[in-house]
Design a protein around this ligand. Structure first.
Ligand SMILES: Cc1cc2nc3c(=O)[nH]c(=O)nc-3n(C[C@H](O)[C@H](O)[C@H](O)COP(=O)(O)OP(=O)(O)OC[C@H]3O[C@@H](n4cnc5c(N)ncnc54)[C@H](O)[C@@H]3O)c2cc1C
Length: 401
């Protein structure tokens, strides 16, 4: 693998930096600094989404025939690193990185024409309806039922932990359409209009004080059968394809490097004040995290090159998911530790950007604890760490036979 950039790639990098300089206003950067979650509220995320859409850069990995930029792995990597370094807002991934690629692979021509352009433009805002109160890690235990009725299904049941369901106008959901001996064989994949009568969204406020996740209830909700992706009872194949990309379909190293830089800034500022970071072990910890991050970056680059050559991430997606979430948590933990008791100062305003701060360092300090709390979820969502470890173990034993 050649790790040096070509002259064209260096030119592309300059173009990216110039674009970010011009378009990332100080207001957008400030809002992202005070965004304590991995997700952006639509008023921030969609603002940046539309700017990228106008430039034609909103879907770097999508093929051109569907309106994507079809960038090479190197271009995507350069963009990822530079945009996070510049402090660009996070984008909503459920449309661009989850349901979009799934529709491209399994959708009908009519579904592609209906949905892909609106994912690109940001007109449709998607949420993911997989988890249920008794079906999280054990996803195939799901019981939300879709019963055929003429050309429609009647959907009843509930979903939980649905990120941004209160903002979304669309949900992709797994539903039970048959009771089969093997539970996975009775599941279908549906696209649901969130405005349909019978849907109720109820907020869940998490430990960081944010409203991001929700319960969603379906009370005899009518969904056209034309909104099913793939065959009836063939939803599990879609679910698995999507999960593999959810866990390993993009780079984490850009945002992790940005978080690490921020933790370093905080540690240096605390040291200057004679605070907890006067303890040099904080800098040792941050140095070790940087080494872990370098190792993760190499793995991500290898997987991305494979993707470009048409190979799915496979079990490497589990390794990347575990390492990225653990590194993320270790960074926010070091940031909080470097602040000492200062980290306990709690600003209740949500979003945090509603509060006025004097300096970027004050903002970083105020955001440190909510970020630390919010990031505890990273080893749970998109497949809990224990589940990823089981996937890795199974793959080793399979190959070892
Ligand atoms: C912030 C956040 C956002 C989320 N967003 C979404 C979303 O948008 N859409 C959606 O569908 N879901 C979402 N989820 C749900 C998420 O996917 C589930 O929380 C996750 O799959 C775990 O399921 P669970 O919560 O039911 O926990 P459980 O599955 O009950 O797990 C509890 C604990 O037991 C462990 N465990 C479970 N089974 C095993 C096993 N077989 N072996 C070893 N250990 C095991 C787990 O690792 C975990 O530590 C979100 C969750 C969070 C926290």
């Amino acid at each position: 693998m050649d790790l040096c950039f070509s002259p064209q790639e260096r030119e592309f990098r300059s173009e990216v930096i110039a674009f970010l300089d011009e378009k990332l206003t100080s207001d957008l950067r400030r809002q992202q600094r005070l965004n304590t979650s991995f997700f952006s509220d639509p008023d921030l995320g969609l603002r940046w989404h539309r700017i990228l859409f106008e430039k034609g850069w909103i879907a770097p990995s999508w093929p051109r025939e569907y309106g994507g930029a079809e960038w090479t792995v190197a271009q995507r990597y350069i963009y990822d690193i530079e945009s996070h370094r510049a402090g660009a807002p996070y984008l909503q991934v459920q449309g661009l990185r989850m349901i979009g690629p799934l529709i491209m692979k399994f959708g009908t021509d009519a579904q592609k024409a209906k949905y892909l352009p609106k994912i690109l433009s940001g007109e449709d805002y998607w949420c993911q309806g997989y988890s249920e109160p008794n079906a999280g890690s054990d996803l195939s235990a799901l019981t939300t039922r879709a019963t055929p009725d003429g050309d429609d299904y009647i959907v009843s049941g509930s979903k939980i932990w649905t990120t941004h369901a209160h903002h979304a106008n669309r949900m992709f959901a797994l539903v039970r359409t048959a009771d089969t001996p093997k539970r996975q064989d009775g599941i279908s994949f549906l696209l649901i209009d969130m405005q349909t009568p019978g849907i109720t969204v109820r907020p869940i406020i998490t430990i960081d004080g944010e409203h991001e996740v929700n319960e969603v209830f379906f009370d005899d909700v009518r969904v056209p059968q034309a909104e099913r992706i793939g065959p009836e009872n063939g939803g599990w194949e879609c679910a698995k394809y999507l999960l593999e990309f959810e866990r390993g379909g993009g780079f984490s190293c850009g945002s992790l490097r940005a978080s690490l830089e921020r933790a370093l800034r905080l540690a240096h500022a605390a040291k200057a004040r004679g605070g907890a970071a006067a303890d040099p072990s904080i800098f040792d910890r941050l140095a070790r995290i940087r080494i872990d991050l370098d190792a993760l970056e190499m793995l991500e680059l290898r997987v991305m090159s494979g993707l470009e050559a048409g190979r799915n991430p496979g079990v490497a997606s589990s390794v990347m998911k575990i390492r990225a979430s653990e590194i993320r948590q270790s960074i926010s933990e070091a940031a909080v530790d470097s602040l000492g008791t200062e980290a306990l100062r709690w600003y209740p305003q949500r979003p945090l950007k509603r509060h006025a701060f004097d300096t970027p360092i004050d903002e970083d300090a105020a955001a440190a604890m909510p970020i630390y709390l919010s990031e505890r979820a990273h080893t749970i969502f998109a497949g809990a760490t224990e589940i990823q470890l089981s996937i890795i173990a199974k793959s080793i034993f399979r190959y070892g036979r």
